[in-house]
Design a protein around this ligand. Sequence first.
Ligand SMILES: Nc1ncnc2c1ncn2[C@@H]1O[C@H](COP(=O)(O)OP(=O)(O)OP(=O)(O)O)[C@@H](O)[C@H]1O
Ligand SMILES: [Mg+2]
Ligand SMILES: [Zn+2]
Length: 510
Amino acid sequence: MFAKINGMGLYGMNAFPVSAEISTSGGSVPSFDIVGLADISVQESRLRIRSALKNAGIATKPLCTVVNLAPASIKKTGSLYDLTILTAILAAQDIIKIDVNECAFFGEVSLGGDINPVHGALTLTIAAREHGIKRIFLPAANAREASVAEGTEVYGVRNIRELAFHLSGESEIEQQRPFIPDFESTCGLLDFADVKGQENVKNALEVAAAGFHNVLIIGTPGTGKSMLSKRLPLILPRMSFEESLETTQIHSVAGVLDTRNPLVTTRPFRNVTHTASAVGLVGGGSVPKPGEISLAHNGVLFLDELPEFDRRTLETLRQPLENGEINITRAGGMATYPCKIMLVAAMNPCPCGNFGHPAKKCSCNERQVQAYLGKISQPVLDRIDIQIEAAPVSYTEISDKEKGEPSTSVLRRVEAAREIQARRYSGTAVKSNADIPAGSLREICILTPDAAVTLKNAFEKLGLSARAYDRILKVSRTIADLDSKDTIEKRHISRAIQYRSLDKKYWWGV
Ligand SMILES: Nc1ncnc2c1ncn2[C@@H]1O[C@H](COP(=O)(O)OP(=O)(O)OP(=O)(O)O)[C@@H](O)[C@H]1O
Ligand SMILES: [Mg+2]
Ligand SMILES: [Zn+2]
């Protein structure tokens, strides 16, 4: 007897069709073999399936069974093939009475016969749909997530008895209703209205949010650097459905998705502690998993106390920040994870924190300050478009009873600036001003004559690098967009230059 059941495989974010071909024959000694580049984790599925069938009370005839996971040229790893293989056995045992040609099955089988969730259900479902699959049978805990992929019928399977009854036509598993995401939810997000003073920093964060620029906030302790950064999510433009799907798939593959609310609809804000390893930050492992930078895709990666991070760990961010994606190569293949992020970092100016404070004395010597600042290399600094100083808040400001401008009104300006960008870049791969390719910069960032003079003077006086020049142009484009101006004026460029002048103050002209 021969049968073939559709399943799906996953490597990184790449999902591909895999089918379980089963061939059985009567023999004096029953056997069960799996072939098709199946690694040890797949070989173990024989034990899970045997035990599950027994514990679920599904009687099987003793047969010589060979399962081939096709295509046999691709390495198979993990437990998601359990359900594909088990369904193939149900077919070989003549239990399946309905047509399963356009169905796909994947999920992990437990010894007791329950179906356990797997990572990457949404990516697997989308890919299955693209390969002509009309109905997906997967673990019940993954069903909501999979239902986000429109155009396929999703059936959440709790245990193999339920599946056997469904496939034999005795009773039906109910189809999962499509999950309706809430794109308006802002629950738990912090408001800018709580921050007293710090108008400069708030303005800089508004520009950053509008153009998706990387930001560094420097300031003495207690000036509100962490507090301000954590208030970014509420002024970031709403996510599009496409962006939401992209980010959700990364979270799903990493296994960090909330199964009750399985579509990421607010931009991620990943607050990473300085003890993070390079693998934790950019991804890796023997089966490559996404790191924090990819979990932050379409949102913010927040690195508080930046100089406390291991210098080499910070250096690993350089390539992904530039490319917007990260490739991890292993013996089993290459996994590519997107990581288009806004990097937000905060730091003190020196080990004691008081360097540059108008009243307090810094107790560090010059060498200590230099060593501290030197932990952030020039190439990393170069990738930060906006540097801003959080000055100590005055007594008048902190004792003020009035609330500041609420985040919702800042968001309105940010979204208006994003709409201008969306129109300007429609039909191209560019999404925001931070992404403008070097080749198009001069054509997109048109300066008025006096703005051009201001930029020339600053370039010569501050000894700016070509990279800094490009970044000033991009940031000034965002400032002009927030001001609804097509041409970049002197005040726009001046502010953008001001956002680049801190490395001269702190990094001694490196
Ligand atoms: N501008 C501000 N408006 C209102 N409260 C503030 C402000 N700045 C600081 N605070 C208060 O001080 C606390 C500390 O602020 P925060 O942790 O953001 O400072 P920080 O600059 O990150 O300091 P550190 O360098 O020590 O990390 C906040 O939780 C808040 O209560
Ligand atoms: Mg802090
Ligand atoms: Zn100091």
